[in-house]
Design a protein. Structure first.
Length: 164
């Protein structure tokens, strides 16, 4: 069993022998790939044009555009549901309070400052290490409390760079 949450509605779905069931009912639809990330769907005698806008496997979130309307779908697989049932919820239970340098390097650009609101995946800063530029991104949504480095600073592995 898996779950999909769209807005404040949650649906349970299962698949068996090529058939998909939503909340225990057989899903009767015609789903045809058009090209790339575009699809055509026929459901209950209505036609829908769908586009996969973004797939974020780390947060198990899918952004879809259906007939011009944007939808965010949050997915949970059987393992997520089992962890939730056991009271070991994943996600925000281990809130990150700061970002540390993953390796020694040089801060070559800052993308945020104290007070900035960030979303998961937003670029925070660029760290040059071993002649490569590494974009450090926000692990979650929140507000930057403090940026503890400035452009041109050399940092060691484990140095706190940004606080949330």
């Amino acid at each position: 069993m898996q779950q999909a949450t769209i807005g404040n509605q949650t649906f349970e779905f299962t698949s068996s022998e090529g058939m998909t069931y939503v909340d225990g009912n057989l899903l009767k639809w015609d789903f045809v790939p058009i090209e790339g990330c575009h699809y055509h769907i026929l459901y209950e005698n209505k036609s829908y044009r769908a586009e996969l806008v973004k797939l974020d496997s780390s947060s198990k979130t899918v952004m879809m555009k259906i007939n011009g309307n944007n939808y965010t779908v949050k997915l949970k697989d059987k393992f997520d549901l089992l962890l939730e049932k056991m009271g070991i919820a994943s996600g925000n239970s281990n809130k990150i309070n700061h970002i540390k340098a993953p390796m020694p390097g040089l801060i070559i650009d800052l993308k945020v400052k104290a007070g900035d609101e960030v979303k998961i995946g937003d670029a925070l800063l660029i760290l040059e290490a071993m002649k490569m530029e590494n974009i450090l991104k926000s692990p979650g949504d929140g507000m930057v409390k403090n940026v503890r480095v400035k452009k041109g600073d050399s940092v060691e592995k484990g140095h706190i760079l940004v606080e949330f």
